[in-house]
Write a new protein. Structure first.
Length: 324
């Protein structure tokens, strides 16, 4: 193998190169074959009414096309030549792109699949590629038929790589399916989080606007809606009252504050009900009634819930009564 000559071909300047098929054949392909010590080249070999560009002892045939030609358009032509001449190797090239076929590859039926090497002219500087090509193309291996062993080894190597590729594709497909499932789970979690955020934003908005279900429940239980509607927040009365503050008003306010701290917790009760435990946003008796579509209509939400449970879910934990 003449490495220097092959390196020189790799550096061919195509800027002023004549693109014709003959120029490609004589300036690139014949020097390429000669670099692998082939000197007895049968040009324009007659083959049952056809003419093969280059035939080397019926072992290698070469079909040359003009520079820039799409070699994919001429694969069938080469396959037809191989059916007539039965070569061991077949080369299809346009001077820039090279494709080497093994027409006698028994494990594969379609000629288009029988590619054992594909490379560009500029790759002839790659010593690894040159060493591989030498094993199947160099004339010194043809006397001992050693080149056939190298071709068979290359075929086995390709089949092994194809199997690894197929297995890798299956693995990646499985991994993609798993990732898709994870993405879907994350989307569901995001949706649930967004719903929780909306519920919490609703809670904040209602409290800030004065819509406090616990206060409504207290007002309903003690018949004191006028206290709930007062503009200022209910606060614990000062220890020393002014002279204008009546004793009865102080007692009512103290009783209300005491009632507020001892009012049953809707959240604690929800945690005891398996059907409601995992549902977010059930922080008040009104929230529970809204979730169960129980109409309150100005009444105590806790009391309406208690009646509904007695009629529809008698096995549930009873709604606790306010502590007196």
């Amino acid at each position: 193998m003449n490495i220097e000559r092959l390196n020189s071909l790799a550096n061919t300047d195509f800027a002023n190169f004549i693109h014709s098929e003959n120029n490609v054949k004589y300036k690139i392909i014949i020097p390429f074959l000669q670099a692998f010590n082939h000197v007895d080249l049968d040009l324009e070999h007659a083959a049952q009414g056809s003419r093969i560009d280059i035939n080397i002892g019926n072992r290698i045939i070469v079909e040359t096309k003009a520079l820039g030609q799409n070699i994919n358009m001429h694969v069938q032509q080469l396959a037809d030549y191989c059916g007539k001449e039965l070569p061991v190797l077949a080369i299809l090239t346009n001077g820039r792109n090279f494709r080497i076929y093994s027409p006698q590859w028994r494990q594969l039926r379609a000629f288009t699949e029988k590619i054992i090497y594909e490379f560009e002219l500029k790759h002839l500087t790659d010593i690894n590629l040159l060493n591989r090509l030498e094993k199947i193309l160099d004339f010194t291996n043809y006397d001992s038929l050693e080149f056939i062993d190298h071709i068979e080894q290359r075929e086995k190597e390709i089949l092994k790589i194809k199997l690894e590729i197929d297995e890798l594709k299956l693995l990646k497909k499985s991994e993609v399916n798993e990732v898709k499932d994870e993405i879907q789970d994350l989307k569901i979690q995001i949706q649930e989080l967004n719903e929780q955020i909306k519920l919490k934003e609703k809670f904040v908005s209602e409290v800030e606007s004065g819509n406090i279900p616990e206060l409504e429940s207290l007002a309903s239980d003690y018949l004191i809606p006028f206290l709930v509607s007062m503009p200022s927040a209910i606060a614990r009365p000062a220890i020393t009252a002014s002279k204008n503050t009546s004793l009865s008003s102080i007692n009512i306010a103290n009783n209300l504050q005491s009632r507020k701290t001892s009012s049953p917790s809707a959240r604690d009760w929800v945690e005891k009900i398996p059907e409601l435990r995992g549902i977010g946003g059930l922080n008040s008796w009104r929230d529970v009634c809204d979730h169960l579509t129980i109409a309150v209509d100005g009444d105590s939400a806790r009391r309406r819930l208690k009646i509904w449970i007695e009629q529809n879910q008698p096995n549930w934990e009873k709604v606790p009564e306010p502590k007196k």
